[in-house]
Every structure is written in structure tokens, then in C-alpha cells.
Design a protein around this ligand. Structure first.
Ligand code: UDX
Ligand code: ADP
Length: 453
């Protein structure tokens, strides 16, 4: 079949995979190819067992794969034939040199840019999909347009706002799509080419265009504002625990103020995920770089509160459990950073397990989707941690259960059965406020949750 347009995505991760699957599904006359240097990942995308768990993703991939959606490790071939190239490689926090622990590590992005420049035989639109520091497009522009073949590359920024666990819903029905382009004639044409892709299914009034720098900064700002809400309510949760106020009541009432709104006000053991911490640190680094240390420390405090919130959970267990956890079996319910994903990047459960180990407790982890990832994350302490697919088995003989992820299946467990198998007194800390605490108290559990005295 002759396709109207050929789109390539470099990087088949949590962002690239689902986004391209949706574009392929909605634009059957476009050929969409997703490439990655990781052959195991590509093999999984081509198999019945996709490399990431995301509700609804399997169906979308199955409809388009082999028709106009292709997964491959041949990056060069993909670049050669593409009209538009989305770059969705990883941009983790730098762990070395200047800006270590804060700035973005752009080495994968730069390698990709150089490969595009080397392989291309004609003009292309290169779209930044990965979250990047403001003015990265300038560097991309510089590298790509320094080619000696006379080829012109246009850079467009199109940050992704999907959240894991709801990626397909978010892609299908986004609040907005953001496309940043240069304000030159060729920049506008390139921006319009990207608008045309989304216009296949997104209403025109939800496709917003800005200049490139605003687009890059908007992505960081959106994540910083969302994370700030979680840290704000979590900071109040600690005060609620001391004063007898109930954080859920407080959140519900402030959320009724239309200026505040009711979303993202759920107190928890802290936020996780690949984006929030990384993007805020990146934002703070940029502020420092541009001579704004006060602004940097304002945003950095959102991450500081989050770390404090994560660490205070084991402290609360310790206090309740006679100031010693040594040798005690503790069931950790959930290791994913939130429900409906197998992703464990920056998961608060990881902090909890490390803190339990520091107290010489014996954690037993159970999670419906993230067991492989948990074992990978805890590779250095595997002999000290147990894993069980079955929450009942994990809780058997435990002194305490701590709920770290709000998986629906934890709500409907037979908690009487869990209680019967545990050491007494049986302690429970609901780090996500998902359980019916009065029912658990009636069973006999000694319970704590977040933000209630
Ligand atoms: C986030 C942004 O939502 C998304 O727009 C962006 O593209 C990527 O980063 P994600 O990290 O997938 O998405 O998940 P999100 O739903 O935002 O949750 C992040 C963390 O905050 C999770 O650990 C979640 O449990 C926690 N959270 C969220 C709370 O603790 N309370 C809340 O009220 C909301
Ligand atoms: P995200 O959550 O932003 O999608 P991931 O880490 O899940 O990030 O995915 C990024 C993907 O990019 C990884 O699968 C990685 O192998 C891939 N990648 C990194 N560098 C390159 C490269 N130079 N060429 C192709 N793929 C790359």
C-alpha cells in the first residue's frame, strides 16, 4: 500500500509506544514505524506480550500492527524513509559531572540527532517528544543543520501529557495537544504538518500552538504544578495526623472551590513515576542556570517534601510497632508507582522497602503487575527481600501490611482471612487511603492511614 506520509518514532518506551500506536490507529493512511536500539523491547512490541502494561493498549496495537504500524530495530532504514521523526528517547537525570542529580542527561538525544543527520538524504521534520530542558531545540537545530549535505531540518516540540495507566484514554481524548514551532515560514509549515496528524481525531480547539521555548517550558511547568499539588496536600496530611483533622475532608472542601479544583488532591505516601521528580529537578537546575536561585529552591522544595513524606511512613510504623521492626515480616502491598501500570520508576514503595531493610525488617512484596520490575530494582538486596504473587501468602505470618499502591484488587481482598493469618497485634498502614478503615478496625487490625489522626 502507498502511504500518504511516513512517520518514524525513535524510542519505543512508555511514551513512544502508546503514542505511535494511537497515531497509527487514527491515521490509517500514514505509515508509522517505531524503532529502538533495544532488540528485546522491539521483539516484545512485535509479540502478544507487549513490553509495557497499559489498559487498552493491546487492542490498539493489535488493530494497527502489520497494517500501518511497525516495530523495528533498523533505525537507519526508518530515518531514511521518514518525512517526520518523533524523538522519544530517554532523558534521565544526569548522574555525573556538572548538574549531576539535577540536570537532564542529553547524551541519548544528541546521539539520535547525530544519527538522523548522518543517515538522512532529504529534508525532515524532527519532533521533540521526550521532555527536555528549555532551549534543547536550539541544540538539536544546531547539530542537525550543521550537515554538509545542504539538507534542512525543522524542529518542532510536541511534549506528551499522557499519564501511565490512563495513557490510551489520555491519547484518545486529550485535554490539549501542544505543538511548539519556530515562527518562521518553514517553522509554521512544519508545525502545521504535526497539527495535521492530531487533527485526525483531536478537535481543533484542543490543538494549541506556541513558540518552541514556551512548548518546552510548558511541559516542565505542567508536571511541576501537578507534583506541587500532591506535595501540598501531603504536607497538610502530616498536620492533619497531629491535629485530628481529616485530610480527605479538607481536600474535598478545598476542591469545591472552582479556583482550586478537585483533582490531584489525594494524600499518599508520595508521588513517583519517571517524570515528576526528574522534571522538577530539571526545572530547578534551569532556574539556577538562569540566575534565579530563589525560584529554583521554591520548586526543589516540592521534591524535598515528597522525599520526606515517603520516608516518614516507616517511621510511623516503627512508632506504632514498639520501636522495632527488626526480624519482623512486613507485607508490602504494591510496588508500582501507581495503580494500573507495571512501572516502578521512582516508586515510593521502593523507598519504603529500603527503609524497612534499614530497620532490618523482612519485607515481602506483592504486586499484580510489577514483580519483575521490583526484582530488578532490588537486585542488590535480593537475599533480604521476598516476593509473592499472592497477597494472602505475602501477609501470612506478617506483623504488618503496608499498602503502597492503590490497586483495586487490594480493596476487595478478604481482609478477615488476611487478619487471621497474621501475627497479633496485626498492624496495617494504608498509604493510599483506599481501604475501609472502620471495617478493618472491626476485624481487629490496628490501622493507620495518611492524613488522619
Ligand atoms: C505524569 C503527568 O500526570 C503526565 O501528564 C505527564 O505526561 C507525565 O507525568 P504519571 O507520572 O504517569 O504522569 O502519573 P500521575 O497520574 O501524574 O501520578 C504521578 C504520581 O503522583 C503517582 O505516584 C500518583 O500515585 C501520585 N499522585 C497523583 C498522588 O499521590 N496523589 C494525587 O492526587 C495524584
Ligand atoms: P519514556 O518513559 O520517556 O518513554 P523509556 O525509557 O521508556 O522512556 O523509553 C526510551 C526508549 O528509548 C528506550 O526503550 C531506549 O532503548 C530507547 N533509546 C535510547 N536511545 C536510543 C537511540 N539512540 N536509538 C533508538 N532508541 C533509543
Amino acid at each position: 500500500m502507498a502511504f500518504d506520509k511516513r512517520i518514524l518514532c525513535i524510542g519505543a518506551g512508555y511514551v513512544g509506544g502508546p503514542t505511535m500506536a494511537m497515531i497509527a490507529d487514527k491515521c490509517p493512511t500514514y505509515k508509522i514505524t517505531v524503532v529502538d536500539i533495544n532488540p528485546a523491547r522491539i521483539a516484545a512490541w512485535n509479540s502478544p506480550n507487549l513490553p509495557i502494561f497499559e489498559p487498552g493498549l493491546d487492542e490498539v496495537v493489535q488493530r494497527a500492527r502489520g497494517r500501518n504500524l511497525f516495530f523495528s530495530t533498523d533505525v537507519d532504514a526508518g530515518i531514511l524513509e521518514a518525512d517526520i521523526i518523533f524523538v522519544s528517547v530517554n532523558t534521565p537525570t544526569k548522574t555525573f559531572g556538572q548538574g549531576s542529580g539535577m540536570a537532564s542527561d542529553l547524551q541519548y538525544l544528541e546521539k539520535t540527532a547525530r544519527q538522523i543527520m548522518r543517515v538522512s538524504q532529504g529534508p525532515k521534520i524532527v519532533v521533540e517528544k521526550s521532555t527536555l530542558p528549555v532551549r534543547t531545540a536550539e541544540a538539536l537545530d544546531h547539530i542537525l543543520n550543521s550537515n554538509d549535505k545542504g539538507i534542512r531540518f525543522e524542529i518542532v516540540s510536541n511534549p506528551e501529557f499522557l499519564a501511565e495507566g490512563t495513557a490510551i484514554r489520555d491519547l484518545q481524548n486529550p485535554d490539549r495537544v501542544l505543538i511548539g514551532h519556530h515562527q518562521t515560514e518553514s517553522g509554521k509549515v512544519a508545525g502545521q504538518a504535526v497539527v495535521d496528524i492530531y487533527a485526525h481525531w483531536v478537535p481543533a480547539d484542543r490543538i494549541l500552538t506556541t513558540n518552541v521555548w514556551s512548548s518546552e517550558l510548558t511541559k516542565l511547568t505542567a508536571n511541576a504544578f501537578l507534583a506541587q499539588r500532591v506535595s501540598s496536600i501531603n504536607s497538610i496530611s502530616a498536620l492533619c495526623e497531629r491535629t485530628g483533622a481529616d485530610v480527605e475532608e479538607v481536600a474535598q472542601v478545598i476542591g469545591r472551590d472552582s479556583r482550586i479544583g478537585n483533582k490531584f488532591l489525594k494524600a499518599s505516601i508520595g508521588f513517583g513515576g519517571s517524570c515528576f521528580k526528574k522534571d522538577i529537578l530539571n526545572l530547578a537546575y534551569l532556574c539556577q542556570h538562569y540566575g534565579l536561585p530563589e525560584v529554583a529552591s521554591y520548586w526543589k522544595s516540592v521534591v524535598d517534601i515528597n522525599e520526606w513524606q515517603q520516608h516518614r511512613m516507616v517511621g510511623r510504623m516503627l512508632e506504632q510497632m514498639f520501636n522495632t521492626l527488626a526480624g519482623k515480616r512486613i507485607a508490602v502491598f504494591g510496588f508500582a508507582f501507581k495503580a494500573d501500570t507495571g512501572d516502578t520508576r521512582e516508586s515510593p514503595a521502593h523507598t519504603v522497602v529500603r527503609d524497612l531493610l534499614a530497620e532490618r525488617a523482612c519485607p515481602v512484596i506483592t504486586d499484580p503487575k510489577a514483580m519483575k520490575e521490583a526484582q530488578h530494582d532490588l537486585a542488590d538486596v535480593l537475599s533480604l527481600v521476598q516476593f509473592s504473587d499472592d497477597p494472602y501468602e505475602a501477609a501470612n505470618g506478617a506483623h504488618a501490611v503496608i499498602v503502597c499502591t492503590e490497586w483495586a484488587q487490594f480493596r476487595t481482598l478478604d481482609w478477615k482471612r488476611v487478619y487471621a493469618s497474621m501475627e497479633k497485634p496485626a498492624f496495617l498502614l494504608d498509604g493510599r487511603n483506599i481501604l475501609d478503615l472502620s471495617a478493618l478496625r472491626a476485624i481487629g487490625f490496628e490501622v493507620q492511614c495518611v492524613g488522619k489522626g
